[in-house]
Design a protein around this ligand. Structure first.
Ligand code: ATP
Length: 359
């Protein structure tokens, strides 16, 4: 289905076997990735996973050691940055401090020698687009961090690039501005339909903004998928652990579609660890169900945290002594008479279980 969709929408970017070495260190180990026309893609991963290096390779700012980058059918692998078709916004301090907002936004237009009337028109249009109409004469130092990033966005979009690259554009801003601006960027991107790649280490940001997320680890791609796919069907234990909260229980696979938790046997239809001696069973806290003592696995309540919309319940499984976290509605907790020290039953619905090989 992925291939059919790519064919239909048209490919914007095709990356094949992209490798980047810094001396003996491999920052990117043969990355393959296809990005559709008009898509908003986030590169997500922990510090050092190579997401910035991948973005910089696409921009031509960190030429690859091996591999190919094709944009709209054109091989750009060997082109210098100025010959590639993209606009870029960096984390911070990227505006020219000695130029006004007008001159910052006009920069690329002057470089390509647009005429003065056209530049004035285009800058006004762009500043309106980022909600900064009337700020032409200000200097960057007179603007808030969020306003500066909006100017940087206007500047990046000025020459109507085919590709917009965003390198952690929100991470230097405070939380409230960040959430507001991410909504603005997303709306703007959808309206313009410009293919966009954003680097972030913030999973919430990626889930909120991306059409597809590329999860990276140690210079390779762990999974590419929509936010819902990444959250519901993490392809590896790394992704499962990195996105959202996840419980992991050590289990022993038992035949084709079952496993053992201590002496208990659990059904696990999505079982894919047959033949492995050890596996980790993963389940989201909100998928764990609590019930009366005589049903399910018995467990003891260790602590309860009130988190406003729900309660986070820390449990110990009686069978194995393993810890488990359940997020449950306040109303359900009251019905169960939940309190620290109480014993109760735990249900692990089979459709919510994921199984990963190894310990
Ligand atoms: P962060 O969020 O910390 O920026 P990242 O995922 O963006 O992390 P990169 O900046 O892409 O990671 O770096 C990937 C790896 O490559 C890191 O281990 C980094 O130390 C290394 N690296 C990056 N640039 C260079 C360089 N110029 N010389 C040597 N090593 C580098």
């Amino acid at each position: 289905t992925d291939r059919a969709a790519v064919a239909e929408a048209g490919l914007h970017l095709e990356i094949r076997g992209l490798t980047k070495r810094f001396g003996p260190f491999t920052a990117l180990g043969g990355v393959d990735l296809a990005i559709r026309e008009g898509e908003f893609v986030c590169f997500l991963g922990p510090s050092g996973c190579g997401k910035t290096t991948l973005l910089r390779a696409i921009a031509g700012l960190a030429p690859q050691s091996a591999g190919r980058i094709v944009q709209r059918g054109r091989d750009i692998s060997r082109l210098p940055p100025q010959a590639r078709d993209f606009g870029i916004v960096f984390q911070s301090y990227a505006l020219f401090p000695n130029l006004t907002v007008f001159d910052n936004v006009a920069y690329g237009l002057r470089n390509r020698r647009d005429d003065r009337g056209r530049i004035r028109e285009r800058v006004a249009e762009l500043l309106a687009l980022v909600d900064l109409a009337g700020s032409e004469a200000k200097y960057p130092a007179a603007l808030s961090g969020g306003q500066q990033q909006r100017v940087a966005l206007a500047r990046a979009l000025a020459t109507e690039p085919g590709l917009l690259l965003l390198d952690e554009p929100l991470s230097a801003l405070d939380a409230r501005v960040r959430v507001h601006l991410r909504g603005q960027i997303k709306a703007l991107q959808a309206r313009l339909g410009v293919t966009t790649i954003m680097v972030t280490h913030d999973q919430e940001e990626a889930l909120a903004m991306a059409d597809r997320i590329v999860v990276m680890n140690h210079g390779t791609i762990e999974q590419v998928g929509t936010p819902a796919e990444i959250y519901r069907q993490p392809a590896s234990a790394f992704v499962a652990e990195f996105i959202g909260s996840m419980n992991f229980l050590e289990v022993r696979p038992d035949g084709a579609h079952a496993l053992r938790l201590g002496r208990r046997r659990l059904d696990c239809p999505a079982h894919d660890c047959a033949g492995d001696e050890h596996a980790r069973l993963a389940i989201r806290p909100e998928a764990v169900k609590l019930c009366a003592m005589n049903e399910g696995l018995s467990a003891r309540v260790e602590h309860i945290e009130f988190l406003g919309a729900f309660l986070r319940v820390g449990l110990t499984l009686a069978e194995t002594g393993q810890a488990l976290v359940a997020d449950i509605a306040v109303r359900d907790a009251e019905a169960l008479g939940l309190a620290p020290g109480a014993s109760l039953g735990v249900l692990l619905p089979s459709e919510a279980l994921r199984l990963y090989p190894g310990r």
